[in-house]
Design a protein around this ligand. Structure first.
Ligand SMILES: NC(=O)c1ccc[n+]([C@@H]2O[C@H](COP(=O)([O-])OP(=O)(O)OC[C@H]3O[C@@H](n4cnc5c(N)ncnc54)[C@H](OP(=O)(O)O)[C@@H]3O)[C@@H](O)[C@H]2O)c1
Length: 494
């Protein structure tokens, strides 16, 4: 996020040690993003990708798995195969247990192939379930693979959500990981922060004059942040049933977006300053209460004429599961800018659409001289759509062309697909390049994580200790009616 010119970081040798290289995240997200950076010549000349997992794979088999997920977004068609072949030559695979320092030491020759090993920069990417993070970190340290402060090469670790299940378990994970990796070596990814439109939020707010004067309680009626998926578990029952939608989406992605919408202008784009402001905003958010929280769970339904099973009928889900697949909350930010403005956040699976968007609705025009004609027209609204079709649109009231004064709602509409005929980088490309360049502004700092957990931990504990039943809603719908009622209490609709 800083004022960056993208380059390969001066070309120091780089080893990317991908722990859990046989898994989904590694093969579908991390490797394709690394290939995209390679194709754009944004990796240093000397680099190695070292896949590590328990599965017994040869280098060739690992490369074949990788190849299945590589696309040439940045290499012209006739060079595609050659680029892929060159890239794969930089990739090796080592099989071993996650807690075995001996097995991890077998990474050393691959590091040595890049030059004197203490000068090799290294990224340890933990593409594994979180309960393994500590085993791996300890074994990496025991194997002597983590560089020391005075070594010329640096070490950084990348971890993915979920960071714990609540404030206490998240703190414990942070404390344990800190025994091996200092906070400034730790890159906690929330891939939403790498998305183009989300990165544009700060630009929109702070590089334009018009928004700041109206970005406050005097002018904003409410803010809505929505995340919807039109599918169910897709084979992730084991993980999802344990965590639920609040932990999987709200506590991280949606609160990160909320922080970027609500924060004050940072001193500069330097990572520390951006994260200071986000922490401050999150600390002002009052913990969610059950009165202002609706949880739901999808039942059997249909979408686009196909029958879909209910959550409890999905393979791997206990028949009495109370895990929410939907949640909507009204959050309050107690500070001078936002006091009294509801921030309505919702996330749901098994709905009728797939989208993520922010809507900032402004108050009615005071003393509106067009009221007789505009009575039925909506207020101004700023829409920031993250996916599927990235867009920024501002709804205005407009005179309909003609001889009479008739008013209508129109959008000043910036559609990314037509406005920017360029390849929009995938979030992982952007975030991995930041890790290589040591820019931590898009990564979650420990205190930020703690502040985000404080918002949902009390409600999560209440929901679970009282076994509160989620409200049923049919697959393919818009969510439970109670969520509409919650929004209506704040003058909004979903
Ligand atoms: N997939 C995504 O898009 C995504 C998105 C956001 C966050 N994440 C997070 O990223 C991490 C990795 O995700 P993933 O989808 O790649 O996970 P995954 O496929 O379930 O696991 C990755 C690898 O870890 C090893 N593994 C899995 N379960 C294990 C177990 N119980 N004991 C020991 N090893 C095990 C397996 O490798 P071996 O059997 O070969 O050792 C597996 O190939 C998770 O923390 C996940 O929550 C994933």
């Amino acid at each position: 996020m800083s004022n960056k010119t993208r380059s390969a970081d001066g070309g120091g040798p780089l080893a990317i040690i991908l722990i859990g290289a046989s898994g989904d995240l590694a093969l579908k997200k991390v490797i394709p993003a690394l290939f995209a950076l390679y194709s754009r010549q944004l990796l240093p000349d000397r680099f190695q990708i070292i896949g590590y997992a328990r599965s017994a794979l040869s280098d060739e088999a690992f490369r074949e798995h990788m190849m299945a997920h590589l696309t040439c977004r940045y290499a012209p068609g006739d060079q595609c195969d050659a680029r892929i072949r060159e890239f794969l030559e930089h990739c090796v695979y080592i099989a071993g247990q996650y807690d075995s320092a001996d097995a991890l030491r077998r990474i050393q020759p691959a590091l040595a192939s890049l030059g004197p090993t203490d000068a090799v920069n290294r990224i340890f990417y933990m593409a594994i379930p979180p309960f393994l993070f500590m085993d791996v970190a300890r074994a990496l340290a025991d194997a002597g693979l983590v560089t020391h402060k005075d070594d010329p090469g640096w070490s950084r670790v990348v971890i993915e959500k979920p960071f714990g299940r609540d404030r206490a378990s998240s703190d414990e994970l942070t404390r344990n990981m800190a025994r091996v990796f200092a906070e400034d070596q730790t890159y906690r990814i929330d891939h939403y922060l790498g998305k183009e439109v989300i990165q544009n939020l700060l630009v929109l707010r702070f590089a334009n004059l018009i928004f700041d004067p109206i970005w406050n309680r005097a002018h904003v009626e409410h803010v809505k942040i929505s995340w919807m998926e039109d599918f169910g578990l897709e084979g992730r029952a084991g993980y999802f049933d344990d965590y639920g939608i609040i932990r999987d989406v709200m506590q991280n992605h949606l609160l990160q977006i909320l922080a970027l919408v609500a924060m004050e202008q940072p001193v500069s784009l330097e990572a520390g300053y951006v994260r200071d402001e986000k922490v401050k905003a999150l600390r002002c958010v009052q913990p969610a209460t059950l009165e202002d929280l609706v949880v739901g769970q999808y039942t059997a339904g249909s979408l686009r004429s196909a029958r879909r099973p209910g959550y409890r009928e999905e393979e791997g889900v206990p028949p009495d599961s109370i895990t929410p697949t939907y949640a909507a909350a009204a959050l309050r930010i107690r500070n001078r800018r936002w006091d009294g403005v509801p921030f309505l956040v919702r996330a749901g699976k098994g709905l009728n659409a797939r989208m993520t968007e922010i809507r900032i609705r402004f108050r009615p025009v005071p003393g509106n001289i067009f009221q007789h004609a505009a009575g039925h027209l909506a207020n101004n609204e700023l829409l920031i759509r993250v996916q599927p079709d990235a867009a920024i649109a501002f709804r205005i009231v407009n005179k309909a062309p003609g001889l009479t004064i008739a008013l209508e709602e129109s959008d000043l509409d910036l559609q990314y697909a037509s406005a920017f005929p360029v390849q929009i980088p995938d979030a992982y490309e952007c975030l991995l390049l930041d890790v290589i360049e040591g820019d931590r502004s898009l990564f979650i700092r420990a205190d930020e994580l703690a502040a985000a957990w404080d918002i949902f931990t009390p409600a999560l504990h209440e929901l679970e200790s009282h076994r509160i039943q989620p409200r049923p809603y049919p697959f393919g719908g818009t969510g439970p009616d109670a969520a509409q009622a919650l929004a209506a209490r704040y003058g909004a609709t979903w």
